[in-house]
Design a protein around this ligand. Structure first.
Ligand SMILES: [Zn+2]
Length: 394
């Protein structure tokens, strides 16, 4: 199986400068290639393809030896391929009649990753293995950069990326053939309900909370963004505000990842089978003003950036959960969440009135009361087990 590993880089001041230059040159390459495609199409109706642009790289590098020529040919190709993907997605959206945003120019701060698609080609993981006390990654044009490798790497390193988050740099390794690491069976199954107050609630009544500081950081980020919106373009103050927003974004991301890892690990250790709702369907029925079933509740609390920050956490959490479940040999079942929040898990009575508040569930038919999220999680578990049984019978 494929897995990625992310480590903090500890570049020297000179290396940090080179990393920034590398990123900036790749950004400009991306923008130039986008401009090239746009004008060719506008002036001559010609579609420029990845192959054409990749062929031109040779000339660009030769003409700018001290600039673009410094970096790895492969990482530049990867950047052109990234643009190609953006165009492919654009045309796909046009074709299916969705709202199609044309690929955009990347401003400073909107281009934060350079990828080397093959270990050993313009980059090398663990480039100084003879060094006993530290681990290094060699990046063409930057040098051997020290890595804070806080856990071992498994599998075969395929691609290497350098990523900027706020003022810090990370290396991301994508590895193939990472051996699975099965956990002993527990004989237990659980449904989980994704929420805002807690990240997820299990059918056993456990609330998996978001990390303690996440809400505070999200709040601070929202404030910093409002602050940024008031600053004049091009001013020193604005530049400072941008840096602050970027740093807070990175912090929120780290805290969320951390919480998601812990929550997912706990679930995978405790249960053989885990059922969760299909997020694509769930997102369609959840609106900013509560749920479609209960519009208007907790509007202020849920609306806006704060809410969107917490929302984004579900996707990250489920992705991590899927990886951990696969690695541990656990079964993950995805169900349609329709009706799970207003159906009584005791008698099956389904009514809007069952949901007393955001947190309280009280069945109007049988009188069963429960935490609303636990009730939903039990329904999700039941739906998942039914699906599984149907699949086994078929
Ligand atoms: Zn009931």
């Amino acid at each position: 199986m494929r897995r990625s590993f992310k480590f903090l880089l500890r570049p020297t001041a000179r290396q940090a400068g080179s990393l920034a230059a590398c990123l900036e040159d790749h950004r400009q390459l991306y923008n130039a290639a986008l401009e090239h495609r746009r004008t060719a199409y506008r002036m001559a109706g010609v579609s420029v393809r990845y192959g054409d642009q990749s062929a031109e790289l040779t000339y660009i590098r030769a003409a700018d030896a001290g600039g673009q020529g410094r970096w790895s040919f492969c990482s530049q190709q990867a950047t052109l391929r990234r643009l190609d993907k953006a165009f492919a997605a654009f045309f796909r959206r046009v074709k299916t009649g969705q709202r199609a945003g044309f690929p955009r120019f990347k401003g400073r701060g909107w281009f934060d990753t350079v990828t080397w698609p093959r270990d050993g080609d313009g980059c090398r993981w663990d480039s100084q293995p003879q060094h006993s006390s530290a681990v290094f990654v060699r990046l063409q044009g930057v040098g051997h950069v020290r890595v804070h490798r806080h856990r071992p790497v498994h599998g075969v390193v395929k691609t290497i990326s350098a990523k900027r988050e706020g003022r810090r740099w990370f290396v991301v390794l994508s590895c193939d053939e990472v051996p699975a690491d099965p956990l002993p069976a527990t004989g237990a199954a659980a449904g989980i309900d994704l929420g805002v107050a807690s990240l997820a609630t299990t059918s056993d009544g456990e609330h998996l909370a978001n990390p303690r500081h996440l809400a505070a950081s999200a709040e601070r980020l929202a404030r910093a963004q409002r602050d940024l919106a008031r600053k004049k373009r091009g001013s020193q103050r604005r530049r400072k505000a941008v840096a602050k927003v970027a740093a807070l974004h990175a912090r929120v991301r780290r805290q969320r990842l951390d919480g998601a890892h812990k929550a997912a690990l706990g679930l995978v250790r405790a249960y053989d089978v885990i059922v969760h709702e299909d997020l694509r369907i769930a997102n369609m029925t959840r609106s900013a003003s509560g749920t479609v079933e209960e519009p208007g509740r907790n509007v202020a609390q849920k609306r806006g950036l704060n809410r969107s920050i917490l929302d984004a956490g579900w996707g990250v959490f489920l992705t991590i959960l899927a990886h951990k479940a696969e690695s541990a040999g656990r079964e993950l079942i995805v169900v349609n969440p329709a009706g799970t929040s207003r159906t009584c898990s005791h008698c099956g009575h389904c009514a809007k009135a069952n949901r007393v508040t955001q947190a309280a569930f009280a069945c109007t038919a049988c009188g069963h009361t429960a935490h609303a999220d636990v009730n939903a999680a039990v329904n999700i578990l039941r739906a998942g087990l039914a699906l599984r049984q149907a699949a086994e019978a078929a």
